[in-house]
Write a protein that binds this ligand. Structure first.
Ligand code: HEC
Length: 70
């Protein structure tokens, strides 16, 4: 999916393979976490949490370095 948002750089970012891979990783971790929560499976939910954060940091390092220190 290469659908941009409303920001000035969005259409350029969404065509970048790093952006696509990190967005996909974030989306997958979120879906896995949602499914785990619905199943009330705490182990899978924790695993989803650990998978959720790394794409945030990796993406900010490439596309928005200023946000890393927040
Ligand atoms: C695919 C790339 C990508 C992923 C994954 C991503 N971000 Fe971001 N994030 C950005 C970009 C790019 C911006 C800056 C947007 C802009 O300047 O228009 C941003 C901005 C932010 C901001 C706003 C900071 C500010 O300066 O106001 C926060 C907070 C944030 N992200 C948190 C997160 C969290 C938490 C996650 C993971 C759950 C995440 N982001 C995942 C790319 C990403």
């Amino acid at each position: 999916m290469d659908l941009g948002g409303t920001g000035p750089d969005d259409n350029r970012w969404v065509k970048d393979p790093n952006w696509q891979a990190l967005s996909f990783a974030l989306d997958k971790a979120a879906r896995d976490s949602l499914e785990a929560a619905r199943d009330k499976d705490i182990d899978r939910l924790l695993k989803g949490g650990y998978e959720l954060y790394p794409p945030c940091e990796a993406c900010h390092l490439i596309f928005n370095p200023g946000v890393v220190n927040l």
